[in-house]
Design a protein around this ligand. Structure first.
Ligand code: BGC
Length: 347
């Protein structure tokens, strides 16, 4: 099990590294137990998938694994899987969903552009008798309860972002000076936030800081700004913040690693040095940067586990089996210490 996580971390780091550089690498992440079994009876089932936008590093890793797992491990035919780019536009994505219904897909896996559209999308699919697996952007808990109480075939597969936020904060608390580089008795930070349509942004922001205050550390927020999960925006925000606040910035929290990659570029361009005069943490999969000491830490967002759980849920629906309304996959904390060990073991 441990080995598996390590392999995943390495693969994730490599693939994210590639996509971040503009490549389009595919994942070779290992298949695992926990599937509902390889089923040749899935070969003629049609799956409609829509991703909120293809231009998202993390969702590219996720999508690659989802497709691979459906075909290689679960026996779906590649020609029966349609994956659409929601292009960050809910109206466009809703059209895609209507087309899926019209073309008679058997199940949908949806990464909504706006999680708030889940109730209307669920109703559309439910009326057409098509089960839905929502991924990555969690619908409102009240909506999830409705599925259970009304017996609607819909489910959510994701990860509890409170956990990832807490891990990010702990990574700062665990540094030698607990994030207080200049010794003034408080940790001064900037927060680069993801697109709030994903509750992950809100939770990671809140819980990363909470881990510090829970540890009795005083904090000062110098800036909180939306970077929409985007590397270029992360770079711009951190570049401006370092110009404005200079050496008083001790910690840069990024809600994801794509923005942390942008932050790292800005930090290095400003002549600052991570883990010496500034700390930087993200979430997703940039393990190599942690090993290299270019990031203080990250939190592995297990896109392999999530993609596989989503596909397994789709199969359960197709087989008429019960599916829990909410399915969470654990995050894994990655610090300078265990990242090196992880890479060593998979060499
Ligand atoms: C990931 C981000 C990604 C976002 C998309 C988050 O869980 O950490 O990297 O951009 O999902 O909704």
């Amino acid at each position: 099990m441990k080995r598996r996580i390590m392999a995943l971390l390495l693969a994730g780091a490599m693939v994210l590294g590639m996509t971040a550089c503009g490549g389009s690498g595919g994942s070779t992440g290992g298949s695992t137990g926990g599937s509902t079994g390889s089923s040749s009876d899935m070969a003629d089932k049609k799956v409609g998938i829509s991703i909120y936008k293809f231009d998202d590093n993390f969702m590219t890793l996720y999508r690659t694994e989802l497709e691979r797992y459906l075909v290689e491990d679960l026996g779906f035919s590649a020609s029966n899987i349609t994956i659409m780019d929601g292009k960050g536009d809910q109206a466009e994505q809703t059209n895609q969903i209507q087309n899926f219904i019209a073309s008679g897909v058997d199940v949908m896996i949806l990464n909504l552009v706006q999680s708030s559209s889940a109730p209307s999308v669920t109703d559309m699919c439910n009326e057409a008798g098509i089960p839905v697996v929502y991924i990555n952007r969690e619908p409102d808990p009240a909506e999830e309860e409705r599925w259970a109480s009304e017996g609607i075939k819909a489910t959510y597969v994701g990860a509890d972002a409170r956990q990832s936020g807490t891990y990010q904060g702990e990574e700062i608390v665990e540094t030698a000076n607990k994030g207080d580089i200049n010794g003034d008795g408080k940790v001064s930070y900037i927060m680069v936030q993801g697109d709030p349509e994903n509750v992950d942004a809100q939770y990671r922001t809140e819980f990363s800081v909470k881990a510090l205050t829970d540890a009795g550390i005083e904090v000062e927020e110098l800036l909180l700004q939306r970077g929409d999960w985007d590397q270029a925006k992360g770079q711009q925000i951190v570049q401006d913040a370092l110009t404005q606040f200079g050496d008083s910035v001790e910690v840069v929290f990024c809600n994801n690693d794509a923005m942390a990659l942008g932050a790292l570029q800005a930090i290095e361009a400003a002549g600052r040095k991570v883990n010496e005069d500034i700390y930087l943490v993200g979430v997703d999969a940039l393990v190599q940067n942690v090993v290299d000491g270019r990031m203080t830490g990250t939190v592995f967002n297990d896109h392999f586990g999530q993609a596989q759980a989503a596909a397994d849920a789709a199969v359960k629906f197709l087989k008429g089996e019960a599916v829990d309304p909410v399915n969470m996959v654990d995050y894994v904390k990655v610090t300078t210490e265990n990242a090196a060990e992880i890479l060593e073991k998979v060499k």
